[in-house]
Design a protein around this ligand. Structure first.
Ligand code: 6GU
Length: 226
């Protein structure tokens, strides 16, 4: 898979894609992630990438020219399955969307800034609009990092233990069960007996019960959906 990200603040995205699972997946050639500075495409002599809103009002709008030229340039090099705009008024991200996007070949992500982008780009160029929750970030970069991370960890080869992404919270509509490690007795607090016994059927049954109980208690809305 390849992920191209268009940003007005590309340096924000260096850290999240250099470490951990995404960093390793890039080094292993499982995924290519390229972050592009939108300024590279502006024809404005002062390097501007924003403009004033028609009709007046506070705040600036991202200029059309650099965005449209950047997307056209990237699209001339490869076909994108989706051109995604990260914006707080997009569709709220869920695991089902991440799963679907993880099957893509090429994804293009545009990080929103200021008051956003001209509505005509949203109507005619963008194929999907995503928000990562009902709160406002200073720009779409951190949201793009969240989205890319969630996608990349599902690509075969990104995670060493092939099973572990399948047992993530939300993959079966439930929160993940609790986990424990050594010591089995920590200042008198014991690890649940069943986990020490080596009865794998009993352990699986216990984990399912715990996942259900935890979901009922913390996220009953997930059970209503299922
Ligand atoms: Cl995608 N962008 C911004 N600026 N804020 C957000 C968001 C995106 N998702 C949630 N809040």
């Amino acid at each position: 898979m390849r992920i191209d990200i268009l940003s007005a603040v590309p340096n924000l995205l260096q850290g999240p894609f250099s470490e951990s699972i995404v960093g390793r997946a890039r080094k292993a050639g499982v995924v290519e992630v390229e972050v592009h500075d939108i300024r590279r495409w502006t024809t404005d002599k002062h390097g501007k990438i924003d403009d004033t809103p028609f009709g007046g009002g506070a705040g600036m709008v991202m200029a059309i020219q650099p965005i449209v030229d950047a997307i056209a340039d990237l699209q001339s090099q490869r076909d994108y399955d989706e051109v995604i705009y990260l914006t707080p008024d997009g569709q709220r991200l869920e695991q089902s969307t991440v799963n679907q996007l993880s099957l893509s070949g090429n994804l293009l992500m545009l990080c929103g800034h200021y008051k956003g982008i001209d509505q005509r780009i949203r109507d005619h160029v963008i194929t999907r609009e995503i928000s990562i929750g009902d709160y406002v970030l200073s720009g779409g970069e951190l949201a793009a990092a969240v989205l890319a991370d969630a996608i990349v960890r599902l690509i075969p080869g990104a995670i060493g233990d092939g099973e572990s992404a399948l047992t993530d919270s939300f993959q079966d509509g439930l929160l993940a069960p609790p986990v424990y490690t050594r010591p089995a007795d920590w200042d008198g607090r014991q690890v649940p007996e069943v986990l020490l016994g080596g009865n794998h059927a009993a352990i699986e049954e216990w984990r399912m019960q715990e996942a259900l109980e935890r979901t009922k208690r913390l996220r009953p809305d997930l059970l209503d959906e299922a």
